[in-house]
Ligand binder design. Structure first.
Ligand code: DGY
Length: 321
């Protein structure tokens, strides 16, 4: 029997991360990358001292209670921890960690892709080509919206929001933001702070959502908020689907109040409301924000650094519970 700590790894991880896991731990790997049911997860967790989890598992209060006693730490391979009941974890002395910082660049790059894809009608154009239906260039053919000189509103100016601001500045956009607290002037870098959404939204010709999914932000982007945007606004979400009232967004995309939306996340993933795919003014991706080789390795190593700290009796760097 191995004397290394036993770790249940819920999803298939990049090879370099699994290699380090195998060197330092006794891992139960998910080689088929199957999505475990809660019962399977609980069965597989028996005998393990740690779980290396992702946001695809729902670690509810009940699950935390059933992991209590044996599981010392849940090291998440994600920055978002809305899939974990943190209060229950605390109550049962289960340490929970996440992987902040390392995915800011990749996610910000994807936000730029969503903004560009939505503004320049990328899905529509690509579909036309793939269907072999493009027959002629014309001065009025498939016109989109230009970035240069436009105002980009960012809701949630954490690490990802700040990188988005920097990239968007390179496209000649003026940055406006709302955040729980105002950034210092160095991190603000000329961005214009709004102390409320009521103030930010009417300025946001483009809007990027970058706030975490918490009880306070659920359905934050609803019909009332949409009505505050300028007509023809372009909206993107690479944070979490729960922040958006999808019914209200569909109505606004149909009416043209919102000219186009770029979405990477959805309320009920991997189920996607069929209306989103039916609309021409959407640019849709399947939760790829952090999906680069570099970032997924970095997320795995950061999760392992957190596990290493816990098993060495140190406070993990990214403890959230
Ligand atoms: C995150 O890290 O939260 C990403 O959405 C992937 O889970």
């Amino acid at each position: 029997m191995s004397n290394k700590p036993a770790v249940l790894v819920t999803r298939k991880l990049p090879p370099a991360v699994e290699a380090r896991l195998a060197r330092d731990y006794d891992p139960h790997l998910n080689t088929q990358d199957r999505l475990y049911s809660t019962d399977e997860l609980l069965t597989l967790a028996q005998g393990a001292q740690a779980v290396l989890a992702t946001h695809t598992e729902h670690l509810s209060a009940d699950v935390m209670a059933r992991l209590a006693g044996t599981i010392k730490v849940i090291a998440n391979f994600s920055v978002g921890v809305d899939h974990c009941d943190l209060a229950a974890a605390k109550q049962h002395d289960i340490i929970v960690t996440n992987t902040p910082d390392v995915l800011a660049d990749a996610t910000a790059e994807l936000t730029m892709l969503l903004l560009l894809g939505a503004a320049r009608r990328a899905s529509e154009g690509e579909r036309l080509i793939r269907a072999r239906k493009w027959d002629s260039w014309s001065p009025t053919f498939m016109l989109g919206t230009q970035f240069t000189g436009k105002r980009l509103g960012i809701i949630g100016m954490g690490r990802i929001g700040q990188v988005v601001a920097k990239r968007a500045r390179g496209f000649g956009m003026e940055i406006h933001y709302h955040n729980r607290s105002r950034l210092d002037s160095e991190r603000e870098a000329g961005a214009i702070y709004h102390d409320s959404l009521d103030s930010l939204l009417p300025q946001s010709q483009f809007l990027a959502l970058h706030c975490p999914n918490t009880p306070d932000t659920q359905n934050l982007f609803n019909a009332e908020r949409i009505a505050q945007l300028p007509d023809d606004a372009i909206v993107v979400n690479s944070a979490r689907g729960n922040i958006v009232d999808e019914d209200a967004l569909i109505v606004a995309l149909r009416s043209g109040k919102i000219r186009a939306a770029g979405l990477d996340v959805y309320k009920d993933e991997p189920f996607i409301r069929p209306e989103f795919a039916e609309l021409n003014n959407t640019f849709l991706l399947p939760h790829l924000g952090s999906a680069t080789h570099e970032t997924r390795d970095a997320m795995g190593f950061r999760a392992l650094d957190n596990l290493d700290a816990v098993f060495a009796g140190r406070e993990p760097r990214d403890r959230v519970a």
